[in-house]
Design a protein. Structure first.
Length: 256
């Protein structure tokens, strides 16, 4: 059984799609390499299955380089305890990616979290019943059951970040660092890293959820609550504060 998640290549007209990877793996976040005719980067994690074919575990994400001309795949970053995410390469050959600690599927159970879920279960059920009654009241009378404010949602907002589910309220309290009005939604261990041609690494920023690399070497990155810009001199500047910022990208200017 094979799992191919990396999108296939195709012509600009959208015809003749062709798979570029194969195997029982998760291959995502492809990005073309500048100054190379046909080569791209992507992150890849192998999967293990049980006898019924269900996925039981995945390996850490590593970074692969695929050269279409030589038909060779080269591993550029790999570690048994680390995920390497969202790879991009600058025109001078420096590799950029997000580095975070690897979390296997089979995490140990936290007895306190299980007890909290059991305790809050009746309240969530009551809240669901209230919402159902509130819907019918609004439908037939035009007025809500509660007029003095809104009932508090017992379930906080959730955000998916590279396969990990993030409880936004909990993350805001746990990972607060840097700007007080723009707390990071991911830990400081989620690092934006530059890896040069000698495989030497430099940490560019911490608490990074996503980023984009411009052709001139400048960088945009987010922590979930704010957008930051790093110029060619390495100076960081905050551009925007908002809620639940999940992706960021440079817009390419159209040429006539």
């Amino acid at each position: 059984m094979e799992l191919q998640i990396l999108p296939p290549t195709m012509t600009t007209e959208g015809s003749t799609p062709r798979d570029v990877t194969e195997g029982d793996s998760i291959d995502i976040a492809p990005h073309w390499i500048p100054e190379m005719k046909k080569a791209l980067l992507f992150q890849s994690a192998g999967l293990s299955r049980n006898s019924q074919g269900y996925v039981m575990e995945k390996t850490p994400f590593r970074i692969e380089k695929l050269d279409f001309e030589t038909q060779e795949i080269e591993t550029l970053a790999d570690d048994s305890q680390t995920d390497f995410l969202s790879p991009q390469m600058s025109s001078d050959g420096n590799l950029y990616y997000i580095r975070r600690p690897y979390s296997p599927f089979g995490k140990t159970f936290d007895i306190l979290d299980i007890l909290k879920e059991i305790i809050f279960m009746p309240f969530r059920l009551l809240y669901a019943i209230f919402q159902m009654l509130n819907f019918f009241t609004m439908r037939f009378t035009g007025k809500p059951l509660q007029t003095n404010g809104n009932p508090q949602n017992l379930d906080s907002e959730q955000m998916n970040a590279w396969g990990e589910q993030i409880d936004v309220a909990k993350a805001t309290k746990q990972n607060r660092f840097g700007d007080a009005d723009a707390p990071s939604l991911v830990p400081q261990t989620w690092e934006l890293v530059q890896q040069n041609i000698n495989n030497e690494t430099t940490i560019i920023a911490k608490g990074v959820l996503a980023f984009d690399l411009n052709h001139d070497g400048t960088i945009l990155y987010i922590n979930g609550s704010a957008i930051y810009h790093i110029d060619s001199n390495g100076i960081s500047k905050r551009l925007l504060v908002d809620k639940l910022i999940e992706q960021v990208a440079f817009l390419k200017k159209k040429t006539n």
